[in-house]
Design a protein around this ligand. Sequence first.
Ligand SMILES: [Zn+2]
Length: 258
Amino acid sequence: MLHNIYFDYGYYSSFTEKVYLIKKYGFDGVFIFYDDDIDLKVKLIKEVGLNIESIHLPFKDCNSIWLEEIKGEEYTDLMIKGILYASKNNIKTVIIHITSKIPPKMSEVGFLRLEKILKFAKDKNVNVALENLRSLEYLDAIYNRFNYSSLKFCFDIGHACSFTKNLKTYPWEKYMDKVVALHLHDNDLKNDLHFIIGDGLIDFDYFAMMYKKFNLDLPLTSEAVGKRYCHLINESEFLRKTKERLEHLEKMIGETNV
Ligand SMILES: [Zn+2]
């Protein structure tokens, strides 16, 4: 099983130090945020031989995709730009958000923009993974409406346990034939805290059971971030602990009976 980590996890190291440390602590790959530094990040990550699992595209203004306004067009163009970047750099998947907090109503203009994004991604052979946030009915509507091979899913366990609080009650099987990425982090079951696995209250035994039941065959990817750790432990310790918890989770998956 591959063990990956969110590259932009914080702390104060340079990108060069980060790739060195991520490699040193035994991770196989990363996923990265799409920002002004992306060229440098991709270059350094590839140089040390880490995989790039996906690019997380920006989500500021993502609600605008549903609105008849120029911002919605700009957001669509940014998604297209990100997909093109992924394809040029042989990165298989982009992660996108299609709602934030209280989103506007679903709209025809929103579906048309999504169709444009999904078609473009299909032509470029890139997966567009929609991430579960607060409003799962938007995901349902999109998966019901579109059948593009580029349309995929990113399962974020922290969001399922803080935003929607439905890890065990929601029929996740609806999406499991489309899942291409796992975002694994922990929290207090109330807030989206992005703790290291095992530092919060999420039932990872249940996740291990899901992984086995749905035959996921995907990298275990940590999306823990350093902001609640950097005053407590140094960066090496943060990475060592994150890796150790992924190893433990892999063991739990192996020992699970379903
Ligand atoms: Zn996530």
